[in-house]
Ligand binder design. Sequence first.
Ligand SMILES: NC(=O)c1ccc[n+]([C@@H]2O[C@H](COP(=O)([O-])OP(=O)(O)OC[C@H]3O[C@@H](n4cnc5c(N)ncnc54)[C@H](OP(=O)(O)O)[C@@H]3O)[C@@H](O)[C@H]2O)c1
Length: 284
Amino acid sequence: MKRILITGVTSGIGKALMHYFLDHGEEVIGVARDEEKIQSLRKTLSKKYESKRIHLYRADFSKMRDVKAMIAEVSNAFSDGLDALINNAAVFPHKKRITEDGFETQFQVNHLVPALLSFEMFPLLKKRLGRIITTSSDLHKKAKFDPDDLEGLKRYHPLRIYARTKLYNLLFTIALNDRYGEKIGLRAFAVHPGKVKTRIGEKGKRRLYGAVWRFFTRKALPPHRVVFTYGLLVYEKDPKTIIPYFHRGQPLRYSDVALNRDNVNRLFDETAALLNIDPNEKLT
Ligand SMILES: NC(=O)c1ccc[n+]([C@@H]2O[C@H](COP(=O)([O-])OP(=O)(O)OC[C@H]3O[C@@H](n4cnc5c(N)ncnc54)[C@H](OP(=O)(O)O)[C@@H]3O)[C@@H](O)[C@H]2O)c1
């Protein structure tokens, strides 16, 4: 039985992932931000699966203190290891918000927290030659890399910073493979799920935005149809590819900006510095 940690399990792709891996007989640690939704999910899941395979934790990723408390609990409860970390939670607000930690919200929720989780779960993943899979997006191809404005605060536009955070997901994934692939056998992947019928483009937004999102995704696939790619990346013993970016079960070419190793290294180093983390310390 594999043990898999998935973020953002109360809706959309994350919820479908939780069902997918529980259906496959795995033990799943789900992380979500809303206590009410967690209770409702627990109720639904416990009717279908044995409760010892279901673990649900609350953490709002726009609060680093929440995230750190959750990490401490998970690390303590599952110290014998983790087979996969799936960084899936993300937010796409319609206006600029700064978190209590002082970061632009998408930059924190979509990039900094997945990076922190990746660093902090290293010790558990190392024990089982685990994998880190992050939900990115082909929208990253629209993003520029500006190391002097990582949070996209100059000429702020929510879609611009959303696309950038999806680029950071990919750059960080590439950096993890470069630095730790051979050294400790860690494999990292990013997934482009395609256009998926979820509510990410409606949450916290005015009605008009919701209507535009629903129109844009009217022919999109339902979440349960896209999760097999994650299954392939968790179960395949040795996914033979030098491209760590997948869509519909196949490697997919990413942008030239993501191919640039200066960008990969700069993003990784800036991220570690912002999180005040020495990545090598986690590997000893
Ligand atoms: N849908 C698409 O077409 C599409 C395309 C490309 C990439 N993606 C990516 O797919 C991933 C999943 O998104 P989705 O489409 O499934 O949308 P979704 O249903 O809104 O899922 C996002 C998840 O993240 C959680 N989340 C949001 N803010 C959070 C916070 N502050 N703290 C903790 N969790 C938080 C949400 O919790 P709540 O349930 O409480 O809202 C939700 O469970 C995201 O990384 C997104 O960027 C989606």
